[in-house]
Design a protein around this ligand. Structure first.
Ligand code: GDD
Ligand code: MG
Length: 365
């Protein structure tokens, strides 16, 4: 029996308008809710009981997964009336754990696509006797993450969340959002108030002299928090660059779910996924993109590195480049939406309204 906590209470603001009606972990990535990939990997690594720490749009998680039995997991739900922050959420969710004080508990951020060896991380934790073991990865630009320098033995020396100055960038090793906690350590997090595990709990553990270890692993790793990362993660899953036990089809240049209609004269490539009920008309080219359920791309549409929301429609001869079209939006013919442009849910754009995007804020909410 092995237990885990998965943090899914964030608002996903950087992914708006996609997260207007759907919490970030339930957005469809390579055809299934992103969380399904994470849950399947946890189950594969031997997790048997998992607490989902919910807050924003909490009821949607229970509706999607119920008791978890189809995934071979026992799923239970902890709900925060007001968001408690990452540490507060872990503490609150721990009320639903059943393991003893010395047992290891996995804790996962809910937006990480990764190929990390989970069983290996748990073994490293058991072997070292650490209070917490962190998966660390290396990134080119660490500013948006938690910086975690370690010594030669992997002992964590500091934890610097979202460094503000160049001088603070002392390593390219970052917190990859996957931890093994010894259960009793979670119980020391204060209950009933907001706590950041990154800004409060980890620095306090280090200050107290507790052993916190980092395991640097350079397997595939991506935080799906931005639209660019979201489409890349989906395309990488479809193409098999990173594997998932939950991929609903064979890997390849495109994944077309049952119930989607793709004209033989359309071209799909780059790891595109077309969800059920979506229609791609003749002459359309869709590259490395996510086409959500019921969306329509009309004849000769050109879509690249973009997300087309559920039941959204892209008019004839329109093109999207690194753009996000919200659920139910209608883009008239002959528009050109380029990098960073986000169209809010339900917006109707007439023909030729946008030929080359100006400031991204112009049409977004
Ligand atoms: N239940 C609950 N309650 N969950 C929360 C809350 C809360 O109040 N706040 C955030 N979360 C969840 C989010 O849903 C997400 O799954 C996870 O906690 C991390 O939040 P993000 O908002 O995605 O944080 P981040 O990406 O800026 O930074 C975190 O992840 C980086 C790796 O991607 C930090 O842990 C960094 O240190 C880390 O490098
Ligand atoms: Mg994140």
């Amino acid at each position: 029996m092995s237990e885990a906590i998965l943090l899914v209470g964030g608002k996903g603001t950087r992914l708006r308008p996609l997260t207007t009606h759907t919490p970030k972990p339930l957005l469809r990535v390579a055809g299934v809710p992103f969380l399904t990939h994470q849950l399947a990997r946890a189950a594969e690594a031997g997790v048997t009981r998992l607490v989902l720490a919910t807050s924003y749009l909490a009821e949607l998680f229970r509706a999607e997964y119920g008791d978890g039995s189809p995934l071979g997991l026992e799923l239970v739900y902890a709900e925060e009336a007001v968001p408690l922050g990452t540490g507060g959420a872990i503490r609150n969710a721990a009320e639903l754990l059943t393991c003893g004080p010395d047992e290891p508990v996995f804790v996962f951020n809910g937006d990480i696509l990764s190929g990390v060896d989970l069983a290996g991380l748990r073994d490293a934790h058991a072997a070292s006797g650490a209070a917490v073991t962190l998966h660390l990865t290396r990134v080119e630009d660490p500013r948006a993450f938690g910086l975690v320098p370690t010594d030669g033995q992997g002992r964590v020396l500091a934890f610097l969340e979202k460094p503000q100055t160049e001088a603070e960038i002392i390593t390219d090793q970052i917190n990859a959002g996957c931890y093994v906690f010894t259960r009793s350590v979670i119980d020391t997090i204060p209950a009933g108030r907001e706590v950041s595990v990154e800004r409060e709990t980890f620095p306090a553990l280090l200050a107290s002299g507790a052993l916190v270890n980092g395991v640097v692993e350079d397997s595939y790793w991506l935080d799906l928090g931005t639209p660019q990362a979201f489409v890349r993660g989906s395309a990488d899953l479809v193409r098999g660059v990173v594997s998932s036990p939950a991929l609903p089809g064979p890997t390849g240049e495109a994944l077309v779910l049952p119930g989607a209609v793709v004209d033989p004269g359309a071209r799909l490539a780059g790891g595109t996924v077309v969800c059920e009920g979506a229609v791609i008309e003749a002459g359309a080219v869709v590259h490395a993109s996510v086409v959500l359920p019921g969306a329509r791309i009309a004849a000769r549409g050109s879509v690249r590195d973009s997300v087309v929301g559920a039941h959204a429609a892209i008019g004839e001869d329109s093109s999207l480049r690194s753009a996000v079209v919200g659920d139910g939006a209608v883009i008239g013919p002959d528009n050109e939406l380029t990098a960073g442009l986000r169209i809010d849910c339900g917006v109707r754009l007439p023909a030729r309204a946008v030929r080359v995007s100006a400031a991204p804020a112009a049409l977004a909410s």
